[in-house]
Design a protein. Sequence first.
Length: 105
Amino acid sequence: MGMKIKKGDKIQVICGKSRGKTGAVLAVKKEEERIVVEGVNMIRRHTKPRRKGEKGQIIEKNAPLALSNVVLICPKCTKPTKVMYFIDEAKRKFRQCKKCKAMIS
Ligand SMILES: [Zn+2]
């Protein structure tokens, strides 16, 4: 089965501490069923100084989210939606918005 969310999609988080946030998908980790979303689920990492005299740093990083925690924002109707699959006569598979029925590439 293909992934219903792809890199570059806009999504909305539907549960967890980031609920309601939206952002663009930066990466899809297919095996783990997780995605990385721009500006969502930021974590702070403290890095230790590597050399004497260097200061430790705080780096903000996008932590991956479970795919089940997000829904696609349809590029046509701009609503958060579940994705359906549509298979045409040539057996090509498309993603389809459940709300407006638009085909999504
Ligand atoms: Zn739509």
